[in-house]
Design a protein around this ligand. Sequence first.
Ligand SMILES: [Zn+2]
Length: 252
Amino acid sequence: MEGHIKLPKLKWVKIKHHREISETHRLKSVTISMTGSGKVYVSILTEYEIETNRVEPKNVVGLDFFISDLYVTSDGEKANYPRFYRQSLEKLAKEQRVLSRRKKGSNRWYKQKRKVAKLLEKTANQRRDFLHKKSYTLAVNYDYDAIAIEDLEMKGMSRALNFVKSVSDNGWGMFKTFLKYKFEDQGKFFVKIDKWFPSSKKCSNCGEVKEKLSLSERTYSCTCGHISDRDDNAAKNIKKEGIRLLSQTKVA
Ligand SMILES: [Zn+2]
């Protein structure tokens, strides 16, 4: 949406408006920043009060973090990053390799650096849009009234050290923030599961916890006869733990 914003010292500046701000919001702060490709971003922080009727958490969904697809739900649904986003990532990696071969400080290096900065912005925007869509779908389009997810940081590290970079690039932290407000705005529940909860090692059928489960084991098989995909098993455990935690908290 086209519009203008009045900035101190600069007076009225033309802006591209991403989201409408409701009249009921109070302005808290405005932050101005510039990206590597020279675009100026103005982020406006507002606060608002809404009245929500808390629902009984009957239908709970668990989410297990997934490196390549973001998550799998306890209903077996994967997020699946769109093809165009994967293509942008590949292109970005390619252009970054080109940049590393350029002589630092040369004209060609500067030119390539701007190209990389533009691509970085594009992929970040694509990812943010995708995370908004997915979190909205989970909070609104399904019949879930509570969501349980892992408080991941440590788990990401222990799962595979080589994946640290892709974990931080994966947007899980941003996704958690989106989910939290989208669920809570509707009086629904957002439950964080302790990072030490053995979601992968536990059998979602009988509750037995394995002592060891290596990263290469993609299938979970238990002495009780339960066999399932590793991440599906974890998502179901997260859902169960979410239900247990919710049952301990009184619904106001
Ligand atoms: Zn079992």
